[in-house]
Design a protein around this ligand. Structure first.
Ligand SMILES: Nc1ncnc2c1ncn2[C@@H]1O[C@H](COP(=O)(O)OP(=O)(O)OP(=O)(O)O)[C@@H](O)[C@H]1O
Ligand SMILES: [Mg+2]
Length: 190
């Protein structure tokens, strides 16, 4: 009997940083598995390594230099570390998306809200400008941003913190990924 690989398998993953004050073990020997359609919540005190684990799974923690990553991350059975940069970028947004904890660092202050969402829709799904805008408004509505047709043409600093967080969630939902790593959970109403 063939058994389909889980959506995500994290095998003994450790992430360590070399700092001025010595080695910092941010993530230590984490193992977890997520099946398609499953939700896994991760709880831990501030500084316990939740964000670093998310970034490590996404492949956003740079190897080498002051950072060491060991262990294995498998997405649908494929080892993420063997992917080329191009394959990795294909995966981001399309198959795996991350809701970053700090919306201001995830949003470009010089880009309108709409552009943040339409760029990924156009690049990954090949939508034309008008269709991408339509879908972006739909997504803003889905994350319950009031007056989406007005908000779409505003810049990040014109939105409240809560709205910015919702924009980051809309960006993660944009291409309907198989896995969302939510470093900031969506409000209970969503
Ligand atoms: N790039 C980095 N270089 C060095 N140390 C780092 C780096 N990123 C994170 N750290 C350290 O790794 C540890 C884990 O940080 P992390 O951001 O994962 O915590 P967290 O569990 O997400 O906390 P919070 O609940 O406050 O978001 C912290 O001690 C942090 O200072
Ligand atoms: Mg964090």
């Amino acid at each position: 009997m063939t058994h389909e690989a889980p959506l995500l398998t994290v095998k003994e993953v450790s992430t360590r940083f070399r700092t001025k004050r010595g080695r910092l073990r941010a993530v230590e020997q984490v193992c977890l598995q997520i099946e398609a359609g499953e939700t896994l919540g991760l709880v831990g005190e501030s500084g316990s390594g939740k964000s670093v684990l998310g970034q490590t799974i996404m492949g956003l923690v740079s190897h080498g230099g002051n950072t060491t990553v060991t262990g294995q991350v498998l997405f649908e059975g494929h080892d993420m570390q063997t992917l080329t940069r191009k394959e990795q970028q294909q995966l981001w947004g399309n198959d795996i998306a991350m809701v970053f904890q700090d919306p201001m660092s995830a949003l470009n202050p010089f880009k309108k809200i709409g552009t943040h969402i339409t760029e990924s829709l156009r690049a990954h799904l090949g939508l034309d400008k008008a269709r991408a805008r339509e879908r972006a408004i739909e997504l803003l509505r889905k994350v319950r941003i009031p007056e989406p047709t007005r908000r779409i043409d505003q810049y990040p600093h014109e939105l409240s913190g809560g709205m910015r967080q919702r924009v980051v969630i809309a960006m993660a939902l944009a291409c309907d990924p198989k896995l969302i790593i939510a470093d900031e959970p969506p409000p209970p109403s969503m």
